[in-house]
Design a protein around this ligand. Structure first.
Ligand code: OAD
Length: 244
């Protein structure tokens, strides 16, 4: 099928769907200037995840981890949602039942107006106490090193799901629910290698759901999905909302 007709097919499915679920990854924020993880200039090309994004790394050197998160906070603070984030927020407003699952911690979906969403890997603007587990919003740029809890004084950590940690149970339950109930799943800008999100397309397919992927490049899920659209999210996602 020609790329144009694939786009039309996804538009038709979206136009008649009453229950839509979207999964996004770093690729959707790339056009806002947020670096991806595994691309040519991806963060994991220049930094070792083991040194910066694991509970062991934080225990070993919390200062280094906070310095890295401060660098990312400074960068993300200057970014704005792009047309793909805005189109997803608009899709939510148009759809009776809609849920967005994002692996991104940048908060750009919220800034764009998305409300029905799960940030499955957390949010860079929230902190969690390593002592009492209290979670707070914190938008300081830079955040003080080493930050401490207002309630109990213990060290704060980024409220982010690191490698070696599990997703929060309530988030995972919500994702399972929406994946099993949606008429269509859109998978946008994720390399599809980090689980459990990498398995979400397969879960939806098992329930007979139509799955469409949007990515610059093919991914491990491309052969599994019904339609794979190649291109930039900021160009393709808004097109999905155009009249048929
Ligand atoms: P990756 O960096 O692994 O993948 C980004 C994907 O976006 C790639 O498949 C690119 O081809 C695609 N891409 C890049 N620019 C794009 C654009 N403009 N339009 C469309 N697609 C584009 O990022 P994720 O899949 O999100 O976890 O990575 C998953 C997780 O791994 C992240 O949440 C993070 C990371 O380690 C944690 O921090 C816990």
């Amino acid at each position: 099928m020609a790329p144009g007709s694939n786009l039309e097919l996804v538009k038709e499915r979206l136009a008649t769907a009453r229950n839509i679920t979207v999964l996004t990854g770093a690729g959707i924020s790339a056009d806002s200037g947020v670096p991806t993880f595994r691309g040519k200039d991806g963060l994991w090309r220049n930094y070792r995840a083991e040194d910066l994004a694991t509970p062991d790394a934080f225990e070993r050197d919390p200062r280094l981890v906070w310095e890295w998160y401060n660098w990312r906070r400074e960068l993300i603070a200057t970014t704005r949602p792009n047309p793909a984030h805005l189109a997803i927020a608009e899709l939510e407003r148009r759809t009776p039942a809609f849920w967005l699952m994002t692996q991104n911690v940048d908060g750009l979906h919220r800034d764009a107006g998305s409300r029905n969403l799960t940030e499955i890997h957390g949010n860079i603007w929230t902190v969690r106490c390593t002592g009492c587990n209290r979670v707070d919003e914190n938008r300081d740029v830079p955040i003080s090193i080493l930050p401490s809890c207002l309630q109990c004084g213990a060290l704060l950590r980024p409220h982010i799901v690191w490698f070696g940690e599990s997703l929060f149970a309530a988030d995972l339950q919500q994702c399972s629910k929406v994946l099993r109930n949606c008429d269509i799943l859109l998978v946008i800008g994720t390399s599809g290698v980090v689980y459990p999100a990498a398995g979400f397309a397969a879960v939806a397919k098992e329930s007979g759901t139509f799955v469409a992927e949007i990515n610059l490049d093919p991914t491990p899920q491309s052969s599994l999905v019904d339609v794979s659209l190649q291109g930039r999210a900021k160009d393709l996602v808004p097109l999905l909302l155009d009249p048929l």
